[in-house]
Write a protein that binds this ligand. Structure first.
Ligand SMILES: [Fe+2]
Length: 230
C-alpha cells in the first residue's frame, strides 16, 4: 500500500475510532504524516515554480483536493511566495499540517489557557457587551520545512493560526477533522472564521476580533495528479 493510502487509512481510523483509542491512533497518524513527502503525493511542478505566481489575477493560493468524506478532509495548499494565509480558526476540529515543499512560519493562538483566563478575570470591565473578547495566547511560532515533523492543532489548543510563506512557493498537506461545512453538535454549519489582532494586551496575550476574509486572499484549485487507493 502506498504511503498516501496508509496515511488516509490511518486518518480515517483516527477520526472514527472510540475516544479510548484516539490518542494512540493520533500518534500513529502523526508518525505517518512525518514520513510523508512530496514524492508521495505528486504536485504539478508548475505550481512550485515562481513563474506561475507572477501571472496577473492568479490566486495567491492553490488548493489541491485529495480526499473528503464526512470525517476528514485531505488536501494540499500551495502558497505564493510571501503570502500570509490570514488568521483563521478550525471550530471544534483537529488539524495536521506537513510542509512538503518550501518553508512556512506557523503562528498559533489558543483560547482559554491559564493565562487568558487570568487576564480575562482581571479585565472584564474593558470589554463592552457588543465586542466579544476573543482573548488568546500566542502558544506557538515555528518555522518549518519538509525536514520538520508535522504541526497539529486541537479543538482546545492552537486552534487559531496564520501561515506565512517564506521565500519561494511553499506547499503543505492538510488533514482536517471534521471537515469545514459539516454540521457541528448544535446543528449549525461549521464555518471558517477569520480574525484580526486588535491589541496586544500583555506579552503573548492578544485580543482578536472576527473579520471578513481579507480581499487579498483567495484560492483557486488544481487537480490532484497522484494516485489514490493504488
Ligand atoms: Fe488552517
Amino acid at each position: 500500500m502506498s504511503q498516501l493510502n496508509l496515511l488516509l487509512k490511518q486518518a480515517l481510523q483516527t477520526f472514527t475510532c472510540t475516544r479510548e483509542m484516539f490518542q494512540q491512533n493520533l500518534e500513529k497518524l502523526m508518525n505517518l504524516m512525518n514520513k510523508t513527502s512530496i514524492d508521495d503525493v505528486r504536485i504539478n511542478p508548475v505550481l512550485l515554480s515562481n513563474v506561475i505566481w507572477e501571472k496577473p489575477n492568479k490566486a495567491p493560493a492553490t488548493y489541491v483536493h485529495i480526499y473528503e468524506d464526512l470525517n476528514i478532509t485531505v488536501g494540499i495548499f500551495v502558497l505564493k511566495p510571501g503570502l500570509l494565509l490570514p488568521l483563521h480558526d478550525h471550530p471544534d476540529m483537529h488539524g495536521l499540517i506537513k510542509v512538503i515543499h518550501g518553508k512556512v512560519k506557523i503562528t498559533s493562538y489558543s483560547l482559554n489557557t491559564d493565562n487568558t483566563e487570568i487576564y480575562k478575570n482581571e479585565n472584564t470591565e474593558v470589554f463592552s457587551e457588543s465586542m466579544t473578547p476573543f482573548i488568546v495566547e500566542k502558544t506557538s511560532e515555528v518555522i518549518v520545512d519538509p525536514s520538520n515533523v508535522c504541526s497539529i492543532l486541537y479543538p482546545e489548543h492552537k486552534n487559531i493560526h496564520q501561515v506565512e510563506c517564506i521565500n519561494g512557493p511553499a506547499a503543505f498537506m492538510d488533514i482536517l477533522s471534521p471537515p469545514y461545512d459539516t454540521l457541528n453538535e448544535h446543528g449549525e454549519m461549521r464555518r471558517c472564521n477569520y480574525y484580526k489582532v486588535l491589541n496586544e494586551l500583555a506579552p503573548n496575550i492578544f485580543q482578536l476580533q472576527k473579520t471578513e476574509s481579507p480581499s487579498t486572499f483567495w484560492t483557486d484549485s488544481a487537480p490532484f495528479i497522484g494516485k489514490l487507493f493504488a
